[in-house]
Design a protein around this ligand. Structure first.
Ligand code: AMP
Length: 241
């Protein structure tokens, strides 16, 4: 494994997935999302896969040993050499994972080139996740920011035990969907809390190593993208220098 090794981090709703795609297209990087690797186990029937799917459906973190093994396996597949490097998304989620990755790379004489942190205030993060819906054609809308021609209703829980769910459809009646993990306010807040308590404490380590780069994610998508490109270009130049 050679080439750039980048991490993209940030609270849900910060735009990691969108930016990861831009980055990987421009720099020919392999996008490794541990969440995607786990979701891809859905079609398997072995015990490990069943355990992983049950865990992610419950919205809790997969244990570190399993997560590290799945990541290691992906990093060591043959196709990695076809890319100009790796962009890791959704990993590390906590301090033990961060340590594992540092040690793993060091074992190969390598290190993380840059950690790109998409910074977003938590209320905006909540609104982006709770308010987003997508059509079958991939079009995205948000009740708080991009809602023309969409009819929105709040569906009350029959027993008033849970916050209302947001239901959306286009004027022509076609339904719009929400991601299962955005489904209700509790789920969204739970993931924000996990980021604050477990993932954010990892950042000072990267800052101390001089590889942490913050980008304000509360800007237009293209502005965020161009700032990230500038940071990656600088990281590439440092490697050459
Ligand atoms: P994501 O797509 O990154 O939001 O991940 C979806 C789910 O996969 C999470 O809620 C966790 O259950 C699991 N997952 C993804 N990445 C990790 C990780 N680094 N450590 C533990 N669990 C993870």
């Amino acid at each position: 494994m050679d080439g750039l090794f980048l991490l993209i981090m940030g609270v849900q709703g910060a735009g990691k997935g969108t930016q990861a795609k831009y980055i990987c297209d421009k720099y020919n990087l392999l996008h490794i999302s541990t969440g995607d690797l786990f979701r891809a186990m859905k079609s398997r029937t072995d015990e490990l896969a069943k355990h992983v799917i049950a865990t992610i459906n419950a919205g809790i973190l997969v244990d570190d040993e399993t997560t590290n093994a799945v990541l290691k396996d992906r990093l060591e597949q043959d196709d990695v050499k076809n890319y100009g490097g790796v962009l890791l998304d959704g990993y590390p989620r906590n301090e033990p994972q961060a340590k594992w990755l540092t040690d793993y790379l060091a074992g190969q004489g390598r290190a993380i080139d840059a950690v790109l942190v998409l910074e977003l205030d938590l209320y905006t993060a909540f609104k982006r996740s709770f308010g987003r819906v997508t059509g079958a054609d991939g079009a995205a809308y948000n009740i708080y920011s991009n809602h023309d021609g969409i009819s929105w209703t709040f569906e009350q829980d029959a027993n008033k035990m849970f916050p209302p769910r947001l239901v959306a459809q286009r004027a022509d009646g076609t339904a719009l969907n929400r991601r299962a993990d955005d489904a209700d306010a509790f789920a969204v807040i739970g993931r924000i809390e996990k980021f604050l308590n477990e993932t954010r404490p990892v950042l000072p380590h990267y800052e101390a190593e001089g590889v942490l780069h913050k980008v304000n994610a509360d800007q237009p998508i293209e502005t965020v993208r161009d700032q990230i490109f500038g940071l990656i270009d600088a990281a590439k130049n440092r490697r050459k220098g």
